[in-house]
Design a protein around this ligand. Structure first.
Ligand code: F6R
Length: 260
């Protein structure tokens, strides 16, 4: 895994945006996997800026989001649909018909999940999957003990995850109990994974995912099995990494052609 440690979330998000922008520049029909939550907000802001100021062209891309709440309509202000339109899709030129987010209102969850997997395959697979990480080590909403080879399916949120999004639902009691999420197997089928983590409260999960044993108890640790994961962290999120100095040295000594 390549680990890039930046002074703060703003710098880290700019590195991440350059990685995404380069892919979209090199491969106009790229398939982009998106996450929601606080972590990628600055990355999305930077992509919007690149669209506005440098005409980064998203007209050929296809997108797949990691997850959506079960029982929540797309128009709900705290749905992941609303989040994506508010922070990214309304501001870039991605064609609406090539945007995919799991349907939280489906009457047939297993069929919806199968079709989601099929749609990813038909699009040629995901070129880059953006990921945040939960304090319990989840990626997507693959909570601890998720199968490392799981595919898109329904998952039950942990209390910790429900508390994290309580504000958007008028308290933890209002947060949906279930989500549809890409599985860990789905995520690591992506050609590249771009993990972002910022802030002290992510430090333990980051250290366990990157340097700990590969275990379903820390779902993000499955990324150790992925041939091309780049983790872009701020200093606080990297603060419990044993090899942090080495990662910084490696990044500082990258050959020019490998720089982002
Ligand atoms: C959301 C998702 C989650 C979040 C994680 C971190 O689509 O996939 O795994 O990335 O819960 O959330 P934040 O970024 O809010 O700390």
């Amino acid at each position: 895994m390549e680990i890039i440690i930046q002074p703060d979330a703003a710098e880290a998000s700019r590195v991440a945006a350059r990685i995404v922008a380069r892919l979209v520049g090199d491969k106009p029909h790229a398939v982009l996997g998106f996450a929601t939550g606080n972590t990628p907000l600055q990355l999305y802001r930077e992509l919007v800026r690149l669209r506005r100021e440098e005409e980064l062209d998203f007209s050929g891309v296809t997108t797949f989001n990691l997850d959506e709440y079960v029982g929540i309509a797309p128009a709900h202000p705290s749905s992941f649909h609303s989040y994506m339109w508010a922070h990214l899709f309304s501001h870039i030129n991605v064609p609406k018909q090539r945007i995919h987010i799991p349907d939280g209102l489906t009457a047939d969850i297993p069929a919806t999940c199968r079709h989601y997997e099929q749609a990813i395959r038909s699009a040629g697979g995901i070129d880059i999957q953006i990921l945040g990480i939960g304090t319990n080590g989840h990626i997507g909403f693959n909570e601890p003990t998720s199968s490392l080879s799981s595919r898109t399916r329904i998952k039950t949120l942990t209390e910790e995850s429900r508390k994290h999004t309580a504000a958007g639902f008028g308290g933890t009691g209002g947060v949906p109990t279930h989500v549809i999420t890409m599985g860990l197997g789905t995520i690591i089928d992506s050609r590249m994974c771009l993990l972002l983590a910022f802030g002290k409260k992510k430090a333990r999960a980051v250290a366990r995912a990157i340097e700990g044993p590969v275990t379903a108890m820390v779902p993000g640790s499955v990324l150790q099995m992925h041939p091309r994961t780049v983790a872009v962290l701020d200093r606080e999120a990297a603060s419990e990494l044993e090899m942090a100095d080495y990662y910084t040295w490696v990044y500082d000594h990258k050959p020019d052609w490998q720089r982002y």
